[in-house]
Design a protein around this ligand. Structure first.
Ligand code: K1U
Ligand code: ZN
Length: 171
């Protein structure tokens, strides 16, 4: 298994629209394993393939404390939704930033697992938020795009400054 570098906002590759997965092979399952390891190590509760510069419709999520309940969603589609909820979201591509976003409270999702089997899932609360956040990544959307342009530009400047400082310290 391998730890994968996570793209940091405002990297333009985060705005790439992911393509559907068409082949469910060992290379895909290796990517799932590497993404899970990367998410657990970060640590985070979700990761989209977009964030590791792989532009296919693949998401991993694990909300368990024990890190033993991995959910793999491939080519996910929301088929029904209802209600609204606000949640203070974070993102491994925008470290240190937590901001409230309004999303659907309940969703019904269809997706394939890593073997290609189609399954259906209903989610509410944090799982619903996390699936919607990760599905946005697959569409090339980062959660800061729900914020005002003032807030988003402040976050962008902070991230660019931080990246420059890291680069300078590496010389
Ligand atoms: O997409 C990502 O970058 C992962 C993100 C998922 C997410 C969190 C909260 C709301 C919506 C989506 C994260 O995992 S950020 C880190 C985080 O929330 C966390 C980290 C350790 C323990 C518990 C939570
Ligand atoms: Zn994210």
């Amino acid at each position: 298994m391998a730890l994968l570098p996570i793209l940091q906002y405002p990297d333009p590759r985060l705005h790439t629209v992911a393509k559907p997965v068409t082949v469910f092979d060992d290379a895909l399952r290796q990517l799932v394993a590497d993404m899970a390891e990367t998410m657990y190590e970060a640590p985070g509760i979700g990761l989209a393939a977009t964030q590791v510069d792989q532009h296919i419709q693949l998401i991993v999520i694990d909300l368990s404390k024990e890190k033993n309940d991995l959910l793999v969603l491939i080519n996910p589609k929301i088929t029904a939704q209802s209600g609204e909820q606000d949640y203070e979201e974070g993102c491994l591509s925008v470290p240190g930033v937590y901001e409230s976003v309004t999303r659907a409270e309940w969703i019904k999702v269809e997706a394939h697992d890593a073997t290609g089997t189609l399954f259906k899932l209903e989610a509410d609360g944090l799982l619903s938020v996390c699936i919607q956040h990760e599905m946005d990544h697959l569409k090339g959307k980062v959660f800061v795009e729900y914020l005002s342009s003032l807030k988003r530009n402040r976050i962008r400047s902070k991230m660019v400054k931080h990246a420059r400082e890291i680069e300078r310290n590496n010389y």
